[in-house]
Design a protein. Sequence first.
Length: 277
Amino acid sequence: MTSRTWLITGANSGFGRHLSEQLLSRGDRVAGTFRTPGSVDDLAARWPDAFHAAHLDVTDAAEITTVVDKAWADLGRIDVVVSNAGYGLMGAAEELTDDQVVHQIATNLTGSIRLIRAALPHLRRQGGGRILQLSSVGGQVAWPGGSLYHATKWGVEGFADALAAEVAPLGIGVTIVEPGGAHTNFRYGGSVLADRIEAYDATPAAGIRRILTERTTVGIGDPARMATAMIASVDQDTAPRRLVLGSDAFAAMEAALTARLADVRTQRESAAATDKA
């Protein structure tokens, strides 16, 4: 087993925590970032030589650059960058405030882009590496009540798709991770629910509000197994472009992509009719 050094944002909870614990347990080094003070103290105490903690708010562009540069300076080489930090903003589009919209985009989309851009010069100079961009089944499928969350995940997937082709000749692999529902704190605790507008109570957008307030559904995915699959993907050569995790993610993505392709195919002749004669 090859020992590697990883940079993981949001290492204090969810997939970031599972990844960090598994990697440290097997002898890898982890530069893990956190926002909540004290949330990774146990990791630092258990693996004082292998776990390097750093505070990071991914909405702070200057802090991203500082943390990434220091991680490389302290560790010498980082083999894998995991862009994991993010959260869900739920509610009908009209229910969201402008500040909520800005913060969701700054965290999930702009923050991921800035993190990867800060890491690229280091990865390029060292001759390669791997990037894992955490997305979601919600980066390929869109449900009512999650419009802004979907906007960020669809956006980051477009960025990562294009990026993968740009950096492959430099020895840098990019994998978009597509988890389905998992038993983490993302759904209950890691998501923000917008204030209610009564007019939407009888619309499909109300479904996500019921899920988050009633707390009656639990994701079928095992986050530890998902983390293990993410780690295993780094051993694949070449990097898989997408890593689908969970039977629910596979079913939803297959149905959405099939329907989208069928819709496109009905327009073959009408599309060609707009070509220049």
